[in-house]
Design a protein around this ligand. Sequence first.
Ligand code: URA
Length: 221
Amino acid sequence: MPGPEDYDAGPFVPVGADLQGLRDAAAGCRGCPLFREATRTVFGSGEASARVVLVGEQPGDQEDRKGEPFVGPAGGVLTRALAEAGIDPAEAYVTNAVKHFKFERQERGKRRIHKAPTLHEISACRPWLASELRLIGPEVVVALGATAGKSLLGSSFRVTQQRGVPLVLPPDGDGEAGGTLVATIHPSAVLRADAAARAGAYAGLIADLGVAARLLDDGSR
Ligand code: URA
């Protein structure tokens, strides 16, 4: 395996594939070393006709076991927040910036503890996300947390400074139209917040998703 600066999923991304073709090819991705420890690639879920794409960080323990994004505790928070913000889950495609679970084993291997992906791993995986976005062409992209924001807007992205306002999503390398992006906190930040901060964190997540919901409403008028 080459060094971290050479990690790249690009050679594994089939040209001209539809979403199912991308998903099938991503199952065999060896673009960075994360495939070695993870159970499987967790690709995005939803329809190519989705109007909004929600981008998380990476699959967690349960997502890695089940093969679907956001089916664990963070997914529960996200599902409730989407409903409260007025975003129809049927109009949403859910995916991650990084498609393999990165973790550390603790308690003599029994527990798998999430580890944040590096910038090299985020950028290695970007060709999959770029392909998903190119095929779907959503009206709005929602970055859930710092990793998604860095993948989509670059390493200087700061969720605390850039959340909750419509941002310009730059065109990808192929010159495709960018679109509009709204950033917010990752749903797991709500779960990690202490009791005093949790309600505020959840309200903030809903408020930011509400910005995306209003953009979608404006787009359907
Ligand atoms: N956290 C993420 O960022 N994505 C998932 O799919 C699950 C948890």
